[in-house]
Design a protein around this ligand. Sequence first.
Ligand SMILES: [Mg+2]
Length: 270
Amino acid sequence: MKPIEELTKQDIKNIKLIVFDVDGVLVSRGTKIKQVGNKTTFETKKVAKTQIEQIKKLNQLGYKINIASGRGLYMLQNMFREILPFVSLTYENGSATWFGGKLYQHVNSFNEIKKVQIELQKLKNKNIKGFEPKEFIITIHCKKRVKQIENIVNKYKRLYWIWNDEAYDVGVKKIQTKAVGLRKFISVLKLNKKNVLALGDNYNDKELLNQAGIGVSADASRLKGNFSVPLKGRYLPADLLMQRIIQINSKSKIPKSLKNPIASNERTKR
Ligand SMILES: [Mg+2]
């Protein structure tokens, strides 16, 4: 993997769509959730002003922006409220995409998950913090790994579970991945794999990065890509990537003759 500073104008010449994961990439990792009886409370994170401005800038430069998250639509809409005209939202690990007020459902998981959902909801374990409201996948926040959850899901051969250190995502193997969501959505936009650059940080981004012309990993210990950005530091991974793309474009927008006016004047004199 090359560091993002080595991304060049040549590398991104075909890129038309930039896909961002959310947690760990556009906001810091970690969802606070608490479930007591029938009451679930959780904190909504806000996308920072800087990232909102960067996304608008990328849009002005002609890039389409897609958000690909494991989160539910209601939450993504709140997080990206200010820039909804500039983004499309692919939610619940590729299950569906919201685009300009229209919904594109990519998979139907109802029959596959209806039984396991009821089984999981009956579980009693002090390490289970709560179920995040979802439409197509099941997300269970836990203090640490809960073997009972894994054992229950393992009985269903067609289902997967992914543990990401704060929650389990449960979904249908091969059809509920961010890659499927991306593949179906780029056909709506009439784009190809080579037109896509994707940035992710976690296990559920593996297929997404493989499905993109350029994959950027924000956590080398969990994910392989063509390029990498650091997970921790002064800037968020999405910030660093957007800085680089904006920088490459601003360089290329300056005509050669204007780059060094003194030098070109000198040449005319001669
Ligand atoms: Mg993430």
